[in-house]
Structure formats: C-alpha cells, structure tokens
Design a protein around this ligand. Structure first.
Ligand code: GAL
Length: 582
C-alpha cells in the first residue's frame, strides 16, 4: 500500500504518545516547540482520553482535542488520532456493572485501572461506537490527522455471562453441531460430553486440568470477539475518511488472545508496541525478532513501531535504564527491519497515575536531559534516512495457535514456544522473514519450523509441496503433533510431517539433564525415540537410553531436530544448511 498518499509524513515518522489532556494548555505550547526541536513529525493523541472526551454519558467535549490538533497542524506535526475505547470512564462502569469483566476465577473486576470492560457486552460496544462516531464527526477532515488508531492494544479477556453467550454462538458457527464439537474437543475423555449448547462455558477455573480443545477455541473466540469490536470502529471511520489509513497497535505476549497474523489483514498499516522484557543482550534479540515478526504480519509491506520506551524498561522486579545509545540501537533495529518510523510511549512523563515512572521523552526533570538529547539526535539522524523493507531468502514459521495450545497443561514437559521460536531466530543470525501456517513459502531457500505443535492438513501440504519443489525445510520437535483442534495425530509423531521428514517418532523423552550427541555438542530439554523411514541420521544420541539412535535426521532437503541444540550449535547447523543452498 502506498502509505504516503494516505497521510503519514514523508520519510520516517518520529514521535510518540502525546497526552495533552493531562496538562494545562500552557504546557502544550512548550510541547510543540520541543517536538520541533527533537525532529518529531507525528504524535498519537486520544489514547485513554475517554473521560475527557465524554465527561458525562452522551455529552461530548471535543473542543480541547480540536485545539490540540490545530496547534500540531500549525507547527507541521501530524497526528495519529486514537479512539479512547481501551479505558471506559467511571460513569460507564457505574451505569453498566454487567459490562465489567469477570476473571477465570469468577471475580468481577471493578473500575480503577484501564481495559476494564467486557468486549462482548452490548452496553460497552454501544458506547464505544458512540465515542468513535463523535470523533469521526468532528475530525474526519482535520488536516493534521495522518492516521486513525482504533483503541489501544486489544487484549481483553472476559468470562462473564455476555462472553459466555457469545462464545456459544461462536462455537455453534464454527462446529455446526454438538457432535462435531464433542469430537473436536474429545469430550469422551473424563466424561465431558455436552448434550446442550447451554452446558458449555468459557474455560473458567476448574478442579484439575482443563480441556485443551476448549482452551484453544476460547483463545480463538477472544481474538474474533476483539476483532469484531475493532471492525465496528474501523468501518465507521472508513466510511467518513476513506483516504486516511486506519490501524490499531498490536501488543505481543503470552496473555494476548489475538491472532495478529489474521488481524493484520484488517489494518491499513501494521503497528506494533515493543517493550523487550530483558535488560541484557536478550533485549536486542527480542527487538530483532519483534521487528521481523511485524514485517511478517505486514506481509513484507512497511509497518510502524507505534510504541517503545525511550529509557526505563520494565524487567521483572525493577525497571532498567537503557544505557546511552541503546534507545537509538533498538529504534534503528526496527527501522532496518521495515518500520516506517520510531514512536515512543510517551512524550511527557505524567506527574501521577499508575505509569508515572514509565520513561518519557520529556521527563520529570524536564528536557535538559540525556534522554531528550539522545531523542533529538536520533530525530536528526532519521531525517537523513529513507524508509525501506528488507527481503530475506530464509523464513521462520510462527503460529499463534500453536503458542496458545502449548500454554495449556498436560504436556510431557512445559514448552516455552516463544523461546523455541526466538532461539531459532537467533540461530538464523537474528534476521529472517516470518511466515504463518498455510502461507506460500516457495520464494524462500530455507524455511525453519520450530515446535509447530498444531498443523492442519492443508498447512502440512504447503510444507510438503515446498520440499517436493526443491525447498529446504528444517523442523524441530513437537511440530505436526496435533491437528487444528489440538487432537494428537495417530501413528507416531511428528504426525502431519512424518512422510516429508522420512521418520516416525515412537515416544518422547523430555530431558532433565542435557545429553551428549555424537556431534554438535549436547541435546537439551527434549529428546525422542526416532525411527528412520527414508531419512538418514546426521547426528545420533551418545548418552542415556537413546544412545546410537537418531537425534538429527535428513530426508533429502527435509531436516528434523529431535532435541534442542546449544545456541552456538544451532547457529552452526542452520548456517551450514543455508550455505549449501546458496
Ligand atoms: C503499552 C501501552 C501504553 C503503556 C506502555 C507501557 O502496552 O499501550 O499505554 O502502558 O505499554 O510500557
């Protein structure tokens, strides 16, 4: 898509979340002057501003926002205009207690933070449409608006009666009959067979292990319910402002029930928020993966880093101040991976509120700071660069559904899917295109498939044809184990990929301790009793019960890793495989 025609500034975008509603108007003038000094050309306004935009039910106050947009426009700064629906005002919660979310433990949450609503509650959806419509009516033609930003980080989960009813409707549409649902969820196990749709609930707290099919379908339902809420607002905006791009900022994490690969088809520009969870070198690895993943969601088009931390980043237990130069390094890593710019959360550090110590460009100390100087230096640098999108010959396959399924209980060992994928990405040198199950991969010389636990027949066919057509496939343990309903494929692992890989796995041997391999160091965490059915053993186990049996196999161009290699050995083997394809 030609984004530039639809509103974003030329060149690279630079700026961040701007919350003028938290400050007197006198401060706004200092803000725009500082933005100019820092090279800022784009700011996001309106996120969470609902109680300022609709102070009383149905009474809108958009005047202050109009003055902000006018001021930005006068100073040549464009705006990403957000709808505020991630944070309903207190009056909403008081009037509609049934729209407050219920946790899996059955606790109804109360007002006091953000994201406190049920995405399936009719009252919530109604007021969300209304506030969106009020913004559209007032600002559809405002010249400062470069892009619309619906909501903030869709991720809410709810187990209330509204959600339960909506889940049943979704299940009915998906499975058609109770018989099909019972079959998909294997409810014959533990006598869970359903005889009536009204017996089915969301996966709330239960006695012992939950049903994996129910868990997985609930995540998918949540993704679709949130998507429906997004689409309502998107379509309202699109009808009034057809030439302005519309997006929402994707947040990525184990708790997020959103299939971003699917959602990406519904946004005009993929936008991500990226906050590495580690302070050490893993922060750079996470940044690299996040950028490649965003480009994957964008299917090779430009995308936008919508939020990142200018300084302090959250790490478990304490915040970590980014060392001088590190903010720029992270920012440029995203630009190198196709981001159309660099945006921060947040412009001005608030004097109170839950995130008062979250880093900002203009801090509690003001603008005579190291951070402001670094931000301004980066702004100057970005003006000398032109946006671009890299292309790769190597792809990494990522699947949100497999991630969700692997978060469930009852697996032979706890599997950290994200860690598996990031380890593969790191072993690929921290750069690869990211692709999703079922999508064409024929343009790649090598496709790496880590722990792809769920695979339907059509998705398996894509990989099969890829190898038949001369592609090189590297698959790691657990891939192909289950079908799309998380039912185990019978006849031996890796189920759907046995023929492509020329092997049959008889049993899993999760490892408490690393085990020696004939070459390539040690196998960690996982091992398997692998039988060759056409493949050759490239590496064998050299310790423990599996001594002499295959650990790494090759069937023509299809490789299988039945254990986890050290980071160095993983890098080495993938490098060798890629080099033979050059
Ligand atoms: C994002 C969110 C922001 C802010 C930020 C803090 O997830 O969109 O509003 O909370 O995290 O890191």
């Amino acid at each position: 898509m030609a984004i530039d025609r639809r509103g974003l500034p030329d060149g690279l975008c630079y700026g961040g979340d701007y919350n003028p509603e938290q400050w007197p108007e006198s401060v706004w003038h200092e803000d725009v002057a500082l933005m100019r000094a820092a090279g800022v050309n784009l700011v996001t306004v309106g996120v969470f501003a609902w109680s300022s935009l609709e102070p009383r039910p149905g009474v809108f106050d958009t005047g202050w926002l109009a003055r902000v947009l006018d001021l930005l426009h006068e100073h040549g700064i464009r705006a990403v205009l957000a709808t505020p629906t991630a944070s309903p005002p207190p009056w909403f919660s008081r009037l509609h207690p049934d729209a407050l979310p219920v946790t899996a433990d059955g606790v109804r949450l109360t007002h006091g933070s953000r994201d406190t609503y049920c995405p399936s509650a009719p009252a919530y959806l109604k007021v969300a449409r209304a506030v969106c419509a009020a913004l559209v009516e007032r600002f559809a033609d405002h010249p400062a608006v470069a892009m619309w930003h619906v909501h903030n980080e869709y991720s809410a989960v709810c187990h209330c009666p509204h959600s339960t009813a909506a889940f049943r409707v979704w299940l009915h549409a998906k499975h058609g009959t109770l018989e099909a649902l019972n079959d998909a969820w294997v409810t014959a196990f533990w006598g869970q067979r359903y005889g009536d749709w009204d017996e089915i609930g969301t996966p709330r707290a239960t006695r012992y292990l939950a049903n994996p099919g129910q868990d997985l379908d609930f995540r998918r339902f949540c993704s679709d319910a949130l998507l429906a809420a997004y689409l309502e607002q998107r379509d309202l905006i699109r009808a009034a402002a057809p030439d302005v791009p519309i997006t929402t900022n994707f947040v990525f994490g184990a708790w997020v029930p959103v299939d971003h690969a699917r959602w990406a088809r519904e946004v005009d520009v993929v936008a991500i928020d990226d906050y590495p969870s580690d302070a050490g070198p893993a922060a750079e690895e996470q940044t690299a993966f996040a950028g490649d993943l965003a480009r994957g969601w964008a299917r090779g088009e430009p995308w936008l880093l919508m939020e990142s931390a200018p300084n302090l980043i959250y790490t478990p237990g304490r915040m970590h101040a980014k060392e001088p130069g590190r903010m720029a390094a992270h920012s440029l890593a995203h630009v190198a991976r196709g981001s159309r710019g660099v945006m921060f959360f947040q412009w001005r550090q608030p004097r109170g509120g839950a995130e008062r110590f979250h880093s900002a460009v203009v801090t509690h100390a003001g603008f005579d700071t190291r951070v402001f100087r670094e931000v301004a230096a980066l702004g100057a640098h970005l003006r000398t660069m032109t946006p671009g999108v890299p292309a790769n010959r190597t792809a990494l396959l990522f699947d949100a559904h497999s991630w969700w399924a692997l978060q469930g209980a009852g697996l032979p060992a706890p599997v950290d899917y994200l860690d598996e994928v990031r380890a593969a990405h790191k072993a690929l040198g921290g750069t690869a295109d990211v692709v999703f199950p079922g999508e064409a991969v024929s343009t790649y010389a090598v496709v790496v498939v880590p722990a792809l636990y769920l695979l339907d027949d059509a998705q398996a066919d894509v990989l099969r044809r890829y190898v038949e057509d001369g592609g090189t496939l590297v698959v790691s343990y657990l891939s192909g184990t289950c079908d799309e309903h998380a039912r185990v494929r019978l006849g031996g692992y890796p189920g759907a990929l046995r023929d492509v890989l020329g092997i049959r796995v008889e049993e899993f041997h999760p490892l408490a301790e690393p085990v020696a391999l004939s070459t390539r160091g040690k196998g960690m965490f996982w091992s398997e009793r692998v039988h060759l059915q056409g493949a050759v053993a490239e590496v064998t186990y050299d310790g423990g019960e599996l001594t002499g049996l295959p650990a790494i196999t090759r069937h023509g161009r299809a490789w299988y890793l039945s254990t986890r290699l050290s980071s160095d050995e993983y890098t080495r083997i993938l490098t060798e495989i890629i080099n033979t394809e050059r």
